[in-house]
Ligand binder design. Structure first.
Ligand code: 13P
Ligand code: ZN
Length: 270
C-alpha cells in the first residue's frame, strides 16, 4: 500500500487550500472543497473494506452511491489543512442507501465533512448529468466578490455583464455567466437545492453576502473560474465610483465570443 500523504490528490488539495488561504479568500474555516476520486486510485492508498465511521447525510444522495469523494472537514481552518491533512480532510464513500457517508480515511480528530455537504453533493449530481468529466465542487469567500454583492444588483444578467466588461477574456473563461442566489441560510438542504438548480445552467454560483461555488473537471479548473471572477470583481470595485471613459461594449463582447468560438449565454444580450 502506498503512503496516502504522497498521493497527488492530497498534495493538490493541500496546495490549493494554502493558496486560497493566502489569497485571503478562506478565513478561519471559511470555504470547502469536494473532489471525486476513482475507486482504483483510492485502493492504492487505503483498505477500502475498512469503514472507520458511518456518518448520516440528511438527504438522498443515492445517485452517487459507491462514489468516493475527498472532502474538507467542517470547522477545519484552510490555513492548517496542509500541515495536518489527516485531520482536515476525509475520504468518504456514499452508501448504498444514499443516506450515509462511509468514512474510509481522515477526520482523525473525530470530525466530519463540511456543513455544506448538501450543496456539494447536490451540485455533483447536477453537474455529472451535464458533464461526464465533472469532478470538483469548490466553495470560497473571495473578498472583492463579496463586497460586490453588497453594492451591485443581484440580477444575474447585470451581475455577469458587469464582470464580463472588466477584462476582455472574462467572457471566454465563463461564457455561461454566473448564477446568483439571494442571501439564504447556509449549511441547509434548501440552499443545496437552490445551488444545484442554478448549476443546471451555470458553473459559478454566487451566494450573496457569503461566497461563491465553482465547479469543474479538476481543482485547477474550479479554482481558475473563481480566481477570474474575483479579479474581475476587484476591477469592478476599483472603478465603480469613478467616471467611466472606456468600457467594453456589448458589440465588443460579441466580437470576443465569435473570435474565441465560445458558446455564451445568449439571453444576456437580449
Ligand atoms: P465548514 O467549516 O462546515 O466547511 O463551513 C465553512 C463555510 O464556508 C460554510 O459556508
Ligand atoms: Zn461559506
Amino acid at each position: 500500500m502506498k503512503n496516502i500523504l504522497d498521493a497527488p490528490f492530497i498534495k493538490e488539495i493541500c496546495e490549493i487550500t494554502d493558496n486560497m488561504y493566502r489569497l485571503g479568500w478562506d478565513e478561519r474555516n471559511g470555504g470547502n472543497i469536494s473532489c471525486s476520486l476513482n475507486e482504483c486510485v483510492v485502493k492504492e492508498y487505503i483498505d477500502i473494506t475498512k469503514v472507520i465511521r458511518t456518518i448520516p447525510i440528511n438527504f438522498d444522495a443515492k445517485e452517487l452511491s459507491g462514489k468516493y469523494f475527498i472532502v474538507t472537514g467542517t470547522g477545519e481552518y484552510f490555513r492548517q489543512i496542509s500541515a495536518n491533512p489527516e485531520n482536515g480532510l476525509g475520504i468518504i464513500r456514499i452508501s448504498a442507501d444514499g443516506y450515509h457517508a462511509e468514512l474510509v480515511w481522515g477526520y482523525k480528530k473525530g470530525g466530519k465533512f463540511t456543513s455544506e455537504l448538501p450543496s456539494h453533493l447536490m451540485a455533483h449530481m447536477t453537474r455529472l448529468k451535464i458533464d461526464p468529466e465533472h469532478r470538483v465542487v469548490m466553495h470560497s469567500h473571495p473578498t472583492n466578490l463579496l463586497a460586490m454583492t453588497q453594492v451591485h444588483t443581484l440580477d444575474e444578467k447585470e451581475f455577469t455583464k458587469s464582470l464580463w466588461k472588466t477584462i476582455t477574456e472574462c467572457i471566454v473563461v465563463f461564457p455561461d455567466g454566473i448564477g446568483v442566489l439571494p442571501w439564504m441560510l447556509c449549511g441547509t438542504n434548501e440552499i443545496g437545492v437552490a445551488t444545484a438548480n442554478k448549476m443546471k445552467q451555470y458553473r459559478l454560483v454566487v451566494w450573496a453576502l457569503h461566497g461563491i461555488y465553482g465547479v469543474g473537471s479538476s481543482i485547477d479548473e474550479a479554482f481558475g473560474l473563481i480566481e477570474t471572477v474575483e479579479k474581475a470583481a476587484e476591477l469592478y470595485l476599483k472603478t465603480a465610483h469613478l467616471p467611466k471613459l472606456n468600457t467594453i461594449t456589448d458589440e465588443q463582447l460579441m466580437e470576443v465570443v465569435k473570435g474565441f468560438k465560445v458558446d455564451y449565454k445568449k439571453e444576456f444580450f437580449k
